[in-house]
Design a protein around this ligand. Structure first.
Ligand SMILES: Cc1ncc(COP(=O)(O)O)c(C=O)c1O
Length: 426
């Protein structure tokens, strides 16, 4: 039985007039009703940042959240868009997924490519940075005897992926200790240079360390590594949306990113960039009928994707662009400086992050003499209502502090006061 379009609309309701729905013509348009001034927003422009927090976020007032490194709180317009996509997917089901989504997904990818200033042919939308990085690490054409360089500030699960390949006899992992407080990006470059050997095939670069927030100079290291015939595999999970970011300039041929951290997208979205000329070298991580050609899509057969999460990507980009990475990075750096400068000189507090803006942005870590990271995390929450997170770092561990775009100066000032008080009891 065939049904006419008129009957079809009668059966399914007008919601199938997809173009008229909120949240469907999203290439450059969003659900945003939050006005963000184009001027102002300097790091000390408290009015701007207060208005942003008030108008664009719905945040629990029960505690101060300084653990935005896990995932970013979605701004209201992004959340509203996401909810509308969830409803649409749920209303229209497989008809939407099969007939509408492929076109929408292509538009999403175009928007993302436009934002990242690379070709859609070089991007794959993944479910997170772990998936993006695994596609590269496990698909890379390793040869017998290859060595990979990692350090203690890299993300543990990327190190573990390399170690897994090592245990299968595929490569050798060489680990070195990155100084916690290097004086300059050049010093970091030199540390990497000192590690390479004739067997080095690749270096894992964590652009912004999830442990201390240390920023490594990806471009300088990648360009130098290339001159030695060495690849960099870059984990930018904490960089995109947090620090000024230019994939082409970074000069790394393999980069994994997250959209649900600093870009504020709903959870379940990451990105993989592979330079076009390198795609054919990667083995497919998921089964594909063309296991080795130059199409990046063959690397992405990861099954049913979270449609609504991916549809929200243009909305997150639009919100992010309205504030702009320069305003964001400057504000994040300012917030970090506010608290670190107040506690840095205290006898019992060790700030583990260099505070210069070339070496860190919003994230920073510290430890308190004689106290475990978990104890400080718990006490900050229970006694001061401030949520941070203990991280593994050597034997002593550390506590990581990560503001969000809605964080106010008084929040980080309260943290500094709490640390002064904790340090005096140590
Ligand atoms: C540096 C770094 N890389 C990768 C990841 C993994 O991100 P996801 O859990 O979203 O895959 C994280 C998560 O915190 C991270 O901090």
């Amino acid at each position: 039985m065939s049904i006419s379009r008129k009957d079809f609309l009668k059966i399914f309701g007008s919601s199938l007039a997809l173009g008229s729905l909120p949240g469907t013509g999203f290439a450059k348009q969003t659900h945003s009703d939050v006005q963000i001034p184009t001027s102002g927003g300097e790091p000390t422009d408290e009015g701007f940042w207060q208005d942003l927090a008030k108008n664009a976020y719905s945040i629990s007032s029960d505690f101060i959240n300084l653990e935005n490194g896990f995932f970013g709180i979605q701004p209201k317009p992004v959340l509203a868009a996401y909810q509308s996509y969830v409803e649409q997917v749920n209303r229209e089901g497989a008809l939407f997924a099969r007939r509408e989504y492929p076109k929408k997904a292509a538009e999403v990818k175009e928007r993302l490519a436009d934002f990242l200033q690379v070709s859609t042919e070089e991007l794959l939308i993944t479910r997170n940075a772990t998936e993006a990085m695994n596609i590269v690490i496990q698909g890379y054409p390793w040869k017998q005897g290859d060595e990979v360089i990692v350090n203690q500030l890299d993300y543990y699960s990327m190190i573990e992926t390399f170690q897994m390949l090592e245990s299968r006899g595929i490569l050798t992992v060489k680990t070195f200790e990155m100084p916690l407080l290097p004086d300059s990006p050049e010093e970091i470059l030199q540390k990497y240079q000192a590690q390479v050997s004739k067997n080095t095939r690749a270096i894992l670069l964590t652009q912004v360390s999830n442990i201390t927030g240390l920023i490594v100079p990806v471009r300088e290291i990648s360009t130098w590594a290339k001159s030695q015939g060495i690849d960099t595999i870059t984990d930018s999970a904490h960089a995109l949306g947090h620090v000024p970011f230019d994939l082409r300039e970074m000069d790394s041929d393999f980069v994994g990113m997250n959209l649900h951290k600093w870009m504020g997208n709903p959870i379940g979205a990451g990105v993989l960039f592979v330079k076009r000329e390198r795609i054919h070298e990667l083995q497919s991580f998921f089964g594909d009928k063309a296991p080795q050609n130059d199409s990046i899509s063959r690397l992405g057969h990861m099954g049913t994707t979270p449609f609504a999460v991916q549809l929200s990507i243009p909305d997150s980009i639009a919100f992010h662009e309205k504030i702009g990475i320069d305003r964001i990075a400057a504000r994040m750096h300012y917030l970090k400086k506010l608290w670190t400068e107040k506690v840095q000189k205290l006898q019992n507090i060790e700030v583990l992050t260099p505070t210069d803006s070339t070496l860190s942005c919003g994230m920073a870590s510290f430890r308190v003499t004689g106290k475990s990271g978990k104890e400080i995390e718990n006490r900050l929450l229970e006694e001061y209502g401030i949520f941070t997170v203990a991280r593994v770092l050597g034997e002593k561990g550390c506590i990581r502090v990560t503001p969000g775009l809605y964080t106010q100066t008084e929040d980080v000032e309260k943290l500094a006061q709490a640390l002064i008080s904790l340090a005096s009891q140590s």
